[in-house]
Structures are given as C-alpha cells and as structure tokens.
Design a protein around this ligand. Structure first.
Ligand SMILES: NC(=O)c1ccc[n+]([C@@H]2O[C@H](COP(=O)([O-])OP(=O)(O)OC[C@H]3O[C@@H](n4cnc5c(N)ncnc54)[C@H](O)[C@@H]3O)[C@@H](O)[C@H]2O)c1
Length: 266
C-alpha cells in the first residue's frame, strides 16, 4: 500500500532521536516520507533533525529540518512560520516530543516538574494553538499526538510527572477532537507501551533496579505478554494509520500499541 500519504505534508515535532538507532519520531518521519509525504522535521537538536532528513532524502523523499524548542512559544511561532513559508499549512501535525522522568511527588523538583510539563504538554498546546485556526478555515487537518500507556496505568515504578503529563495529552487531544470535528479536523493519540528506543536507556536504566541497561531491557521484555518490547516502527505504523485517509472516521481515539501490556492483570 505505497503512497498512503502522497501529496500530503507532515510537520513532525521531535523528529530526531535522542541516541543511536530508531526513536519513535525519527521512524514516523521516515515512514510518512516513504508513503509519499513531504516532511517538515523539527527538533531542538538541529543535528538530530538533519540526520532524519538525510535519511529521507537518501531514500528519494522530501524533507526539511528546523531547529526549535517546542516548549517555547517564540520557537513555536518561528517553526510554524518557517513551515508555512516553505511547505504551506501542513496536512498533518505529528507531535512526538516527550521526555521521561522517574520519581514520586516528594522526589520531583519543582523545576523538573515544570520543564517536563512544558515539553510534554505545553508544546502540544502551543503548536495546536498556532495551527488549528488555519486548519479549521481550510476545513481539513489531522493531529497525531504521541502519548503513552503511562497515561492510563502505573508503570511499575514512580514517575508521577511523566504519567500526569501523558494523561493531560490525552485530554488535550480529546478536547480538540470534539471541538474541531465539524470543521474537518481529526485528533488522535498513539499510546505506546514499553518500546525499545534510545529515549528510555539513560532515564530508566536504574528504574528496574541495579544491573543497568541489560537488566532494564530484560525486565521490560518480560513484562509484555508478547515477551518483547515494541519498536519505534510499531509506533510509526500506528501513527501512519491515524494520519492517513483510512482513518477518516477515527477521531478522539487513544490507540494503545503495547503488545497486550495494558490488557494484563499482573
Ligand atoms: N520509548 C518508549 O518506551 C515510549 C513509551 C511510551 C511513549 N513514548 C513517547 O514517545 C515519544 C518520544 O519517543 P522517541 O523514541 O522519538 O524519543 P527520542 O528521545 O529518541 O526523540 C525525541 C526527540 O525529541 C526531541 N525533543 C525533546 N524535547 C524537545 C523540545 N522541547 N523541542 C523540540 N524537540 C524536542 C529530542 O531532541 C529528540 O530528538 C515521547 O512522547 C514519549 O513520551 C515512548
């Protein structure tokens, strides 16, 4: 089914990866391009955004990188202006940025809470605030936000700021879905479970007890009914479906992609 995004433009916010290999945003950006979309790849790490674009161009696709911190209103205004000037109003906003932090309320510093909420929640509000009026006027637009199963469940160790932020993402998406449905806009979220991506390595390597990355990987694999963590491509394929016209009647949906993890009792 090649060409599912032919003729469309996608703004991917958080299009790089925080380490070697495939992160969710990087895989999604490349998959959108493989399906025919032009990709406006935003990341606060300019090199990471450029690396994703180089992969896309190397495969014959179209992509442009832009460096911005999506948690800052002035950066969001600049990145939206740049996208409008070079790509026009995007057909799809794929919002991937998110950072992980462990700890309960007593272990979470106020500044860290504020920063995490700004990156995980406020960034989505800022980009939607900038794009939705024009999308509504055009009568067409799709928002795909990357949330987490941590928005639904305790994940096995305290991570109160992260879980709360993802719960907020879900409600942001559902509010937008309902408010803008009659104006041709769909908003959905992908809720990944335990994925084997670069973003979890540093923040979570001690969350599963001493033993480092290999113990963390083994513990996460064992938690999932399928016996393994998912990959960035599992998230990307779910996002592609939500972004595509095949999901024309899917709106306000929280699409869990977790190998059966949240269906499990213990
Ligand atoms: N890996 C998992 O197990 C897992 C599980 C559930 C949900 N998620 C979600 O997936 C998303 C990220 O996945 P990933 O694999 O792409 O992570 P990643 O860390 O590899 O990539 C995220 C990219 O976003 C960029 N970024 C971070 N903050 C930014 C900001 N303020 N402005 C602009 N760019 C910024 C980073 O530089 C990085 O390149 C997050 O929303 C995360 O909560 C991941």
């Amino acid at each position: 089914m090649a060409g599912r995004m032919a003729g469309k433009s996608v703004m991917v916010v958080g299009a790089g990866a925080s380490g070697p290999g495939w992160g969710n945003g990087k895989a999604a950006a490349v998959l959108y391009a493989r399906e025919g979309a032009r990709v406006f790849a935003i990341d606060r790490n300019a090199d990471a955004a450029e690396e994703t674009c180089a992969i896309i161009r190397g495969e014959g696709g179209a992509a442009e990188a832009f460096a911005a911190d999506a948690a800052r209103a002035d950066d969001v205004a600049a990145m939206v202006d740049a996208c409008l000037a070079r790509f026009g109003l995007p057909d799809v906003l794929h919002h991937n940025v998110g950072i992980v932090m462990t700890g309960g309320p007593a272990e979470t510093a106020e500044a860290d809470w504020d920063r995490l909420m700004a990156v995980n929640v406020k960034s989505l509000y800022l980009v939607c605030r900038a794009l939705l009026p024009d999308m509504a006027e055009r009568g067409q637009g799709v928002i795909v936000a990357v949330s987490s199963v941590a928005s639904l469940r305790y994940v096995g160790y305290p991570s109160v700021a992260y879980c709360a932020s993802k719960g907020a993402v879900n409600q942001l998406v559902q509010n937008i879905a309902v408010q803008y449905a009659a104006r041709g806009i769909r908003a959905n979220a992908v809720l990944p479970g335990l994925m084997d991506t670069p973003m979890v390595v540093e923040p979570l390597k001690e969350a599963y007890g001493p033993g480092g990355v290999e113990r963390m990987r083994a513990a996460r694999n064992a938690q999932v009914p399928t016996g393994r963590m998912g990959s960035a491509w599992d998230v990307a394929h779910a996002a592609l479906f939500l972004a595509s016209d095949e999901a024309a009647y899917v709106n306000g949906h929280m699409l869990v992609v977790d190998g059966g993890l949240t269906a499990k009792f213990a």
